[in-house]
Design a protein around this ligand. Sequence first.
Ligand code: XMP
Length: 518
Amino acid sequence: RILILDFGSQYSQLIARRVREAGVYCELHPWDLDDETVRAFAPSGVILSGGPQSAHAQATARVSSAIFELGAPVLGICYGMQTMAAQLGGEVAASQQREYGYAQVRARGHSRLLRDIEDHASPEGYGLLDVWMSHGDRVEALPPGFSVIAETDNAPLAGIADEARGFYGVQFHPEVTHTRQGQRIIERFCHEICGCGRLWTPSNIIEEAVHAVREQTGDDEVLLGLSGGVDSSVVAALLHRAIGDRLTCIFVDNGLLRQGEGDQVMATFARHMGVRVKRVDAETQFLDRLAGIEDPEEKRKRIGNTFIEVFEAEAAMLPGVKWLAQGTIYPDVIESAGAKTGQAKVIKSHHNVGGLPERMRLGLVEPLRELFKDEVRKIGIELGLPAEMVYRHPFPGPGLGVRILGEVRKEYADTLRRADHIFIEELRTAELYDQVSQAFAVFLPVRSVGVVGDNRCYEHVIALRAVETIDFMTARWAAHLPYPFLDQVSRRIVNEVPRVSRVVYDITGKPPGTIEWE
Ligand code: XMP
């Protein structure tokens, strides 16, 4: 297992993902993690991330000297290398030439870290690596015991190593994909230098999680709010494997789901996998609570609160339950730890059920807490969930409630469901579904004039939204959907969905727009 100490680089999470991709378990912690926790973690190797600080200034972030006394290899990346150099007796200074973006590094062939890893061979016998750099400071003088393993024109000490102690530093970022050999360098460090095997595989992850859940819950009953989203679905499949019938899932149909979604959830879990799922039809309750409400925040609140009411009422009928399972994943854990605002732990749930476990006096079971989204998907497949479910676009907790602008009415939801279904079906048929990060239809309660057959009509508008994004924090509207495809979707919607006379395509990025319309 690898310990990653985070100095605040925007790429720190990426380092963790790369190590996991190498099949090695790792955890990301703040740089000032206390020595006791470090020793208890007993890492096979440590990676020091980059960060925005300056390593030559006084009073900057430094790792505990205990890190260098563990007897485990250490890889410093960018700031991580600079602080390692400074802490071990080298010198770091502001560089005249800042380097950002692509650079070519000349790698000296002798180092264990970089040996035989190259993009091009140079006539002088160097290995040349195309890498991604982003730094202002640089190492000026080697600490005792270190030698140079890579250089660029601007940074004569772009890579350093103390082979005897297994300490390595690179000024560039092996964790980003722009560094083409980056994954190999990370694998070299994890596998050969730290001696970690490729043990972090989907089947091992499942086995460990199953074991941990059994340990945690003993013979107790566990409750899960199943939404049909990826995370709660994988939790359901995993817990079912771990504790079988001691898991009860509650699936609340709030009337704001996509077409056929409720039936699909029941078919997959209840019929196909034999999971005990209770479906609660709460459409009327939700729609009643939303009647006449136009403000988006108020709508969200009411949907969240109604969910809690319904869920609690159902849970009250299961008095033996001791645990509530949630689909919290590792990025949620890192974010809430990084937020450092003193606020309570952010409980991730599409249902906004934060606070529920305390109120219901239930313990929390979070079997995905250590996993990244791509790992959650892989174990979902391994557990036998359909790929269509596991690779589905995200769907917001408030569901169609935030895609019907203004007041939510049943007839609007029905119209939107049909239009949305056509859009998604066409995306799948055209094999475009996996080429966008999220796509859906939005219902606009305004009306516009149209001609259908020979008759003038005056009906509602459907907007199509499709975006490309990595993290959903920023997004671009999907500019690659072909016009003939959009034409086909538009025709089908106007022809097949009553009370729609116009279809538009949203060409707003995020920012300034959000992905959802409300
Ligand atoms: P926005 O609209 O903020 O959305 O750009 C970013 C991503 O988050 C999803 N989203 C939600 N997910 N509960 C959720 O679980 C919510 O209330 C919610 N609102 C937005 C949205 O679908 C997009 O993927």
